[in-house]
Design a protein around this ligand. Structure first.
Ligand code: MG
Length: 230
């Protein structure tokens, strides 16, 4: 019997691309709620949490990150995201669907999310691209604005849901940015990095993920890297 394995997936650049719907929704939601023009210049987005991005944008406009301002920001974002997803040419990234289908058949593998998306935004995206039912739990931007804090939330929820304390060597974060790699290290997990987001293989390699792939389309190799299959 193989050791129970926990796989924590990032969403944008790892599972899917929203074809720019996410960034446009951030911009338009902010503009509509606050009546200010936002171009997203000097705002770091890849690998950051939505709550961290909201704080960056509010600070740029000298607005305080009060609970009320954050809620207005998130409501504007989510409203636009829902409308934009069908209008943009997003898609699941190569190999993702066969990988998820294979993993769902494996009784010792538990799937969760470790994402900078707000929970509602995460499931808007996943449902839109047909994989909304794959994930039963996760850690989200709602939990903390610092991605490095999210691993602990995901591990606690995995434990509560499955009744298993997953060993660090049997826990993997799958992500597309150096921030995914550092958040995995922060909770002692291994990392599979994939260059389907805004970072290339050469840019990810120096951060020393445990496995690094151009995309997830080589199913046997990806499963081997995750300790599954021979
Ligand atoms: Mg990502």
């Amino acid at each position: 019997m193989t050791e129970p394995t926990l796989l924590l997936f990032d969403i944008d650049g790892t599972i899917l691309t929203s074809g720019g719907a996410g960034e446009t929704a951030l911009r338009l939601g902010f503009q509509e709620e606050f009546g200010l023009v936002e171009t997203l210049t000097q705002v770091e987005i890849s690998g950051r949490t939505d709550s961290g991005i909201a704080r960056q944008i509010l600070a740029k406009h000298e607005l305080e990150a009060t609970a009320e301002n954050l809620e207005r920001f998130f409501n504007g974002y989510l409203r636009h995201l829902e409308g934009l997803l069908p209008k943009r040419e997003g898609r699941l990234l190569p190999g993702v669907l066969p990988l998820l289908e294979a993993l769902l058949e494996m009784p010792n593998v538990c799937l969760g999310l470790l994402t900078g998306n707000l929970e509602r935004g995460a499931f808007l995206k996943l449902r839109h691209y047909g994989v909304g039912n794959v994930f039963k739990f996760g850690a989200f931007a709602d939990d903390h604005h610092d991605r490095n804090q999210l691993g602990a939330f995901a591990l606690a929820r995995a434990r509560a849901l499955h009744g298993i304390t997953f060993a660090p060597e049997s826990t993997f974060v799958l992500g597309d940015t150096p921030h995914d790699i550092s958040c995995a290290r922060a909770c002692g997990a291994r990392v599979l990095a994939v260059a389907t987001g805004s970072f290339t293989l050469d840019q990810l390699a120096p951060f020393q993920p445990d496995a690094l792939f151009r995309d997830l389309s080589d199913l046997p190799a990806v499963l081997r890297a995750l300790g599954q299959g021979s």
